[in-house]
Design a protein around this ligand. Structure first.
Ligand code: FPP
Ligand code: MG
Ligand code: MG
Length: 318
């Protein structure tokens, strides 16, 4: 049932209802709430809902679309808030909502979209509401932990991995679980989907961490996180090294990287360092861990596509 034509049709329908869900009777609210949605996006979470719905019984397509809406609206809402906190000017190559309308509007539109997600999840039932509430709590806790940074004596790498799991893994896990729930899948299948989703979410972020160093100008601008001092897997691994030979590079990447010259020297230093191979190996290891959770699922096209996600995540960063 999950042939490419069906997926394409579901995605087409999804795009329509996503815009409908963000539409208000106040024209300005509609304009601001559809701004990031219209700027594009991979719709990875909805895809996961659709694929994960293939492991149970017959699926009500209205429920399936609603579940996909809940996770995508929550995701987009969190991006409006994230861009305020990160003072980001761009989102999906378009001006961010805060750049265009200011922080207050961006925060309120995030709230508005979250209210639209709440309306949809209420239609699905109390079990969905409970999971959505817990997922929202994890998103917020992850963001709070990131904002505060590691506590006194806390391992910065362990802190980063917890932030990534809460901020990214949680909603991706819930996307997979919602797909399982909509299809009435068994508890065992739903648990496998949850574990897979959580791990894929973490791998997705960690592969992004690697790409921040390895990308060339044709792809993501290299060194964006490095320049801003945002912790990533390679820099945290370097930070954990007690080898005196690494001291110079550590000081360099902790220093002022505003100039293009300084950034290039730091990027070249990291690219030539064994920590990159170590970070890539960790992405590969965790992608294989994600794939291993699929063993509990019945074979078929949907399972193959979920496995392909793991392969793609490794390939994009190694
Ligand atoms: C992107 O992180 C942000 C998130 C994954 C979610 C952060 C969570 C919140 C802002 C709280 C949740 C709020 C609502 C309304 C649901 P990033 O800055 O690392 O990534 P980027 O490169 O996409 O900006
Ligand atoms: Mg951000
Ligand atoms: Mg952020």
């Amino acid at each position: 049932m999950v042939d490419p034509t069906t997926l394409e049709r579901l995605h087409g329908r999804f795009e329509e209802v996503l815009v409908e869900a963000a539409t208000s009777d106040a024209p300005f609210v509609t304009e601001a709430a559809t701004h990031i949605i219209s700027a594009g996006g991979k719709r990875f979470r909805p895809t996961l809902v659709f694929l994960a719905s293939q492991f149970g019984g017959p699926v009500d397509e209205g429920d399936l679309i609603d579940a996909a809406l809940v996770v995508e609206l929550t995701h987009v809402a969190s991006l409006y808030h994230d861009d305020v906190m990160d003072e980001a000017d761009l989102r999906r190559a378009a001006p961010s909502a805060n750049a265009r309308w200011g922080n207050s509007i961006a925060i309120l539109i995030g709230d508005y979209l979250f209210s639209r997600a709440s309306a949809r999840v209420a239609k699905l039932g109390v079990e969905y509401v409970a999971l959505q509430a817990d997922t929202f709590a994890r998103l917020v806790q992850g963001q709070i932990a990131e904002t505060r940074g590691p506590g006194e004596g806390e391992d910065p790498l362990a802190h980063h991995l917890q932030v990534v799991a809460d901020k990214t893994g949680s909603l991706i896990a819930t996307s997979a679980v919602f797909g399982g729930m909509v299809s009435g899948a068994s508890a065992e299948v739903i648990e496998a989907l949850r574990s897979y989703g959580e791990e894929v979410g973490v791998v997705f972020q960690l592969s992004d961490d690697v790409i921040d160093i390895t990308s060339d100008e044709a792809g993501k601008t290299p060194g964006t996180d490095l320049r801003e001092g945002v912790p990533t897997l390679p820099t945290l691994m370097l930070g954990a090294s007690s080898d005196p030979a690494d001291a110079e590079l550590k000081t360099l990447i902790d220093g002022d990287l505003e100039s293009d010259e300084a950034l290039t020297v730091a990027l070249d230093g990291l690219r030539a360092h064994p920590v990159m191979a170590q970070a890539k190996a960790e992405v590969r290891r965790r992608a294989e861990l994600a794939r291993s959770h699929l063993a509990a699922l019945p074979d078929g096209d949907a399972k193959d596509m979920l496995a392909q996600v793991c392969t793609d995540l490794v390939e994009r960063s190694t």
